[in-house]
Design a protein around this ligand. Sequence first.
Ligand SMILES: *[C@@H]1O[C@H](CO)[C@@H](O)[C@H](O)[C@H]1NC(C)=O
Ligand SMILES: *[C@@H]1O[C@H](CO)[C@@H](O)[C@H](O)[C@H]1NC(C)=O
Ligand SMILES: *[C@@H]1O[C@H](CO)[C@@H](O)[C@H](O)[C@H]1NC(C)=O
Length: 393
Amino acid sequence: MASTLLFLFSLLLLLLPLPSFSQTCSSQTFSKNRLFATCNDLRHLSAALHWTYDAANSTLSIAFVAPPSRSGGWVAWALNPTGSGMVGAQAVVGLRQSGGSLVAKTFNISAYGPVTPSPIAFETWGLEAEEDAGGVMTVFAMLKLPSGVTRMNQAWQVGPSSTDGLPNKHDIGVANLNAKGTLDVVSGQSSGGKDSRLQERNIHGILNAVSWGILLPIGAIIARYLKAFKSLAPAWFYLHVLCQLIGYALGVTGWGIGLNLGSKSKGVQYTTHRNLGITLFSLATLQITALFLRPKKDHKYRVYWNLYHHVVGMAIILLGIINVFRGLQILNPAQKWKDAYIVVLCFLGGITLVLEVTTCIIARRRKSDGSTKQYNGSGATNDQRSVQQPLSV
Ligand SMILES: *[C@@H]1O[C@H](CO)[C@@H](O)[C@H](O)[C@H]1NC(C)=O
Ligand SMILES: *[C@@H]1O[C@H](CO)[C@@H](O)[C@H](O)[C@H]1NC(C)=O
Ligand SMILES: *[C@@H]1O[C@H](CO)[C@@H](O)[C@H](O)[C@H]1NC(C)=O
């Protein structure tokens, strides 16, 4: 058991999908030395829009960059002068012809369902589509906007494949449905669409990352290692309980918000994340309840209770960390938040490593001290026991 925690920590860190550092639009460059005055990272689908607006002749020149949902798929960007989202979208779509060549075509989308290429409400020219080695597509277009109109709804989308030069249906995940907003070609602001529940999602994310993902592991580290230092005798226990109780309270609050979000989310369900969350709640509640059923220190069943407490505790910590990463994947916040959480985990992992080694050394030293002074009083024996006990759990 001594090295299990350590092993699991390192295993977990190895298994984590290392985050790819997302490119922000300002570092994107284009063929033919094309340059644009402004760029915005769009909130969903890893897309970005670059543009130059010439007020003198109300011409908008754009480059829309996004990875199709599968390699060989399509990407689309649209202005919607009559509505928001797909219906009414005047779209420029980059896709593959049946021959395999990449083209950009315009689509006047008047309804959900199959679409055919057609002229759109704006005069367009300079349509081009490109693909880089990583499969990320770029669509170039120039559009003549109605003069004086500088703010319009925009929408964008990515899809998996095309057949006979027509885009096939895209997914309908949260990101796909929310890939819309407004574009102000003059102020340089484009919004990725109002997401009314974003704040709630963020609160859920922060509460649960801090509780399941940070406080509970810290509480476990306290119990496991501070115990070894005799001088911290009852303090470690109260610290451990305090840490886990605060973690549990925050965790359950965040869990409730999460369940509420899930019930309000129509069509899109994150089943695994939800089930892991429910399992976590149940195990954590069991753990808290079991505290009151703890046999006395010298009771013969206490050793089983200890075993149960450690196994369930370990399971909660592992599931908690896994579910925090699942949540991060769903919420998809700025990369720095994922990085920050990984840094915290590495830090806790490092502390675990140092404490594991330290307590091991202390235990050895006391043991050898104990064996040379066996004849001298009971002090040495006590020391020895106080260190060995936590290490043998
Ligand atoms: C508007 O001006 C830009 C250069 O500033 C030019 O590239 C574009 O062709 C012009 N558009 C029209 C419709 O004349
Ligand atoms: C786009 O489709 C709508 C609905 O079918 C139609 O009213 C509109 O005239 C079309 N726009 C163009 C530019 O063809
Ligand atoms: C044990 O050893 C210490 C010094 O190492 C000494 O002060 C103490 O009196 C000894 N105790 C007994 C019971 O011999």
